[in-house]
Design a protein around this ligand. Structure first.
Ligand code: NAD
Length: 295
C-alpha cells in the first residue's frame, strides 16, 4: 500500500505524523533518535532504519528537521535517489531561503515535485492539527501537497514559487519579534508611568497600538489568560527558536540588500536574552530583560 514517509519526528514532527496516521495514512517513519522513533511507533507509524528505506515506494515525503544543513543532507544523500518519481516532497522545516531554493531546484533537476512548507504554530498546534502552512513551489506541486498538509493543519496557503514559503515564514516571524519587543516596551513604560497593566491593555487593545502580541499573547500576566506570561513564560515559542528565525531573516535580508534595522535590533536583543539564560523561555519573556527583572 502506498504510504507517507516522515523524516524528523521531534517536538513538531511527532504530532504531525500522528495526525497523518489519524487521518488514515500509513506512515513510514525515520529519525536519528530512537526515542523519537519509538514515540511515533506508539502513535501508529512504522519504524524504518534510514530515510532511504522509509521513502522507498512512498506517495509523499514529509521532512521536519532542525536546519538547512540537515535538509540538504537528507534530500541529496537519501531521498532523491530513493523516492518514486511521482512522489510529492514536502519540507516543513524552517530553513534559510537559499537552501530551500537550492534543494527545490535539485529536486526539479531529478524530475521530482517538491515544496517548501514551513509552519506557523508551535508544538501544541502540531499535535492538535492546527498548523498554518506557507507553501513555496510550482502550482502543480502545491496541488499534490495540499491534501497531506490539510490533514496536519488548519490553513494551507501558497506563497509563490520555490523558497517563497520560507520567505513568508521569516518575514512573519521578524515582524512578530519586532511587534513583541514593542509591546513589551509599552507595558514597561506604562507601569513606570503608574498605569495599571490591565487598564493599559483595555485601552491599547481597542486603540491603534493593538497587535497579536498584545491581544493573543500578552507579555504581562493577567489580560490574556492563555498566554505563556501566566505560566512563568514556560511552553509557547522558545526564545532560542525566535533567535534562529531572526538570524535566517537577517541572512536573507543581506542577500537581497533589504534594510531591516528593527529586525537587526530584535536579533541583538534576543541574542543578549538567550546569552543571559532565556533561550528556553517563551519569547515574550524578553519583557523581563526590558523591565530589569530577569534573574
Ligand atoms: P526537534 O529538534 O525537536 O526535532 C528535529 C528532529 O529531527 C529530531 O528528532 C532529530 O533527531 C531529527 N533529525 C535531525 N537530523 C536528522 C536526520 N539526518 N535524519 C533523521 N532525523 C533527523 O525540532 P522541532 O522543534 O520539532 O522543530 C523542527 C523544525 O520545525 C525546525 O526547523 C524548527 O525551526 C521548526 N519549527 C519549530 C517550532 C516549535 O515550536 N518547536 C515551531 C515552528 C517551526
Amino acid at each position: 500500500m502506498a504510504h507517507v514517509a516522515f523524516i524528523g519526528l521531534g517536538n513538531m514532527g511527532s504530532g504531525m505524523a500522528a495526525n497523518l496516521v489519524k487521518a488514515g495514512r500509513t506512515v513510514h517513519a525515520f529519525d536519528l533518535s530512537q526515542t523519537a522513533l519509538a514515540k511515533s511507533v506508539a502513535d501508529g507509524a512504522k519504524a524504518f532504519t534510514s530515510a532511504a528505506e522509509a521513502v522507498k515506494g512512498a506517495e509523499a515525503v514529509v521532512t521536519m528537521l532542525p536546519a538547512g544543513k540537515h535538509v540538504r543532507a537528507v534530500y541529496e544523500g537519501e531521498i532523491f535517489a530513493n523516492a518514486p518519481k511521482n512522489a510529492i516532497l514536502m519540507d516543513c522545516s524552517t530553513i534559510d531561503v537559499a537552501t530551500a531554493k537550492a534543494v527545490g531546484a535539485a529536486a526539479a533537476g531529478q524530475g521530482l515535485a517538491m515544496v517548501d512548507a514551513p509552519v506557523s504554530g508551535g508544538i501544541a498546534a502540531a499535535a492538535g492539527g492546527t498548523l498554518t502552512f506557507m507553501v513555496g513551489g510550482a502550482e502543480a506541486a502545491f496541488a499534490k501537497a495540499e491534501p497531506y498538509l490539510k490533514q496536519m493543519g488548519k490553513a494551507v496557503i501558497r506563497a509563490g514559487e520555490s523558497g517563497a514559503g520560507q520567505a513568508a515564514k521569516i518575514c512573519n516571524n521578524m515582524l512578530l519579534a519586532v511587534g513583541m519587543i514593542g509591546t513589551c516596551e509599552a507595558f514597561v513604560l506604562a507601569e513606570k508611568l503608574g498605569l495599571d497593566a490591565q487598564t493599559f491593555f483595555d485601552i491599547s487593545s481597542k486603540a491603534s497600538g493593538q497587535s497579536w502580541s498584545m491581544t493573543s499573547y500578552c507579555p504581562v500576566p493577567g489580560p490574556v489568560p492563555a498566554a505563556p506570561s501566566n505560566r512563568d513564560y514556560e511552553g509557547g515559542f522558545a526564545a532560542a527558536l525566535m533567535l534562529k528565525d531572526l538570524k535566517l531573516a537577517l541572512e536573507a535580508a543581506q542577500g537581497v540588500e533589504a534594510s531591516v534595522p528593527m529586525g537587526a535590533q530584535a536579533e541583538a536583543l534576543y541574542q543578549l536574552f538567550n546569552g543571559l539564560g532565556g533561550a528556553g523561555k517563551d519569547f515574550s519573556a524578553i519583557i523581563k530583560l526590558l523591565n530589569g527583572s530577569w534573574r
